[in-house]
Design a protein around this ligand. Structure first.
Ligand code: HEC
Length: 152
């Protein structure tokens, strides 16, 4: 008779906590790869950067920096800004095209503040807001230029 007990490998069950951790790690890995791979989720540093820049532009104060009325240097800068950004829609001499004539009566008002608001925030029927692009200082110069057109 063979009374030598059969040699058996001691086998402990894997602790539950370890299994939970193991599968959680796999799930996390899959989630991580999916959400941070630009080709899968569209996530990218560039997008984050653009979002941050847009948020920063919003905090740019939406009130006139200061009045440049009568400041010739500012007015000539305003004229250049106008030629680059506005002439396409309002015509080179501001008498209107896609956008309305800016030398005539204005629907949204013609005070310095009204003009500033029209340009910085935009208007509903196709006037884009320029605050993020130009900033309040350049818009104030632009407004000073528009005012010279209106006084003529
Ligand atoms: C894409 C074309 C476009 C560009 C570029 C554009 N505008 Fe306009 N603008 C319009 C349109 C269209 C309106 C009319 C909006 C409305 O009636 O709601 C308008 C309205 C305005 C008004 C208000 C007019 C009113 O009757 O009260 C002002 C002021 C103005 N624009 C100034 C500017 C200035 C300054 C720039 C350059 C920074 C500029 N716009 C660039 C299309 C444009």
């Amino acid at each position: 008779m063979n009374d030598t007990p059969e040699i058996q490998e001691g086998h402990n069950r894997i602790p539950k906590g370890w299994l939970v951790f193991f599968f959680a790690a796999i799930v996390f890995l899959i989630w991580y790869v999916v959400s941070y791979t630009p080709a899968i989720s569209g996530w990218s540093f560039y997008k984050k950067y653009e979002q941050e820049m847009a948020a920063a532009a919003k905090t740019e104060k939406a009130v006139p920096a200061s009045s440049y009325a009568g400041d010739e240097k500012a007015v000539s800068e305003g004229k250049e800004i106008y030629a680059t950004n506005c002439a396409a829609c309002h015509n080179a001499d501001a008498t209107g095209g896609i956008g309305p004539n800016l030398t005539a009566a204005l629907k949204y008002g013609a005070t310095e503040n009204d003009l500033f608001t029209s340009v910085s925030k935009g208007r509903p029927n196709g006037m884009p807001g320029f605050l993020p692009q130009l900033g309040s200082d350049r818009i104030s110069k632009l407004v000073a230029y528009l005012e010279t057109l209106r006084k003529k």
